[in-house]
Design a protein around this ligand. Structure first.
Ligand code: SF4
Length: 317
């Protein structure tokens, strides 16, 4: 048998699950243990279909509409957060809610409410249609916030330059693109106020930084994550922006056989904040079926972040 061609795989660090995703999954699992199935979850708890399916297998039921939930059963709000209208609807229906909103998303909700109470119009930088954007913009009355997705959108803003304004951002954006949008906003609105500390979360920033370090060394970058995961998609873009000629998003090994992988290549491997390490290892095993793989683990920073569970679910071990 011919020897397998060699492949070097550079493992980005940190990669994969963040503290907010860990917490959200644990909330659903603890609720299932404590209250038994079914536990309802509004929308996907995190943007990863494997995570969603494994919780579904344990008895979680994912719904888009609170009307589909019987009174008395627990309902978990996802890590992306919900609008005030959704909270109000749950109260009207007397639902038993457990909030898995990531504390870093809740922090942005508080910021937005603070700017609104001070009479500022708020520019929100984010992706239209993303649940986090709907939840954050839904903290204040319609018209109090304007969504900006690109630098080009800034030119279309109609507010005069003396309008009291502030900005906030989705937590999972590209750091570089967001900086460019903020710079364009500040050029147009010199009095623009902003968060004391970036809204883009530590996990998004750290995963992008790890990809930036490795991208120039790689012939191809594999990003493990689902297509609806904003921070996973950003990692694909970051890899290409920082010198890797090709970057691919995948959440199973299936697409590997269609990629132009050949012996002697160096491949980067990372995972978005909602992708479990088990999927990374699946990809690695699939590569090892065809190549003699040398893995090099980047010595990235240890994040050491964790968030408390809701009190009602603590001590449920
Ligand atoms: S990506 Fe960031 S904001 Fe989103 S759940 Fe993870 S830590 Fe929280």
């Amino acid at each position: 048998m011919l020897p397998k061609p060699s492949l070097t795989v550079l493992m980005a660090s940190p990669r994969g699950f963040c503290a907010g995703v860990d917490r959200a999954i644990l909330i659903v699992e603890r609720a299932l243990e404590k209250y038994g199935p079914p536990v309802y979850v509004r929308h996907e708890i995190v943007h990863n279909r494997h995570v969603v399916q494994s919780l579904r297998d344990k008895g979680a039921v994912f719904v888009d509409d609170l009307q589909d939930i019987p009174t008395g059963r627990p309902v978990v709000f996802s890590a992306h957060g919900v609008s005030k209208a959704v909270v109000g609807e749950a109260e009207d229906k007397a639902l038993f809610t457990l909030d898995a909103t990531c504390p870093l998303v809740s922090k942005v909700h508080h910021e937005v409410l603070r700017w609104h109470s001070k009479g500022h119009h708020i520019i929100f930088i984010g992706h239209r249609g993303h649940p986090e954007v709907e939840g954050t913009m839904g903290q204040v009355p319609a018209g109090a916030m304007t969504l900006v997705e690109t630098v080009a959108d800034v030119a279309d803003l109609s507010m005069s330059s003396d309008t009291p304004m502030a900005y906030a951002t989705q937590t999972t954006l590209s750091v570089d693109e967001t900086m460019a949008i903020v710079a364009a906003l500040k050029a147009r609105y010199p009095h623009l106020q902003g968060p004391k500390k970036e809204d883009i979360c530590y996990a998004t920033t750290n995963r992008q930084e790890a990809v930036k370090r490795l991208a120039p060394l790689c012939d191809m970058f594999l990003v493990v994550g689902s297509p609806n995961s904003s921070n996973s998609r950003q990692l694909v873009q970051v890899a290409m922006d920082y010198g890797c000629p090709r970057a691919v998003l995948l959440d199973t090994p299936d697409p590997l056989h269609r990629l132009p992988l050949v012996g002697g290549m160096t491949v980067g491997l990372t995972a978005g904040a909602s992708a479990p390490e088990s999927l990374v290892q699946d990809i690695l095993r699939a590569l090892q079926d065809h190549f003699s793989v040398e893995t090099k683990e980047e010595s990235g920073m240890s994040e050491g972040v964790s968030f408390r569970l809701p009190v009602i679910l603590e001590g449920n071990d």
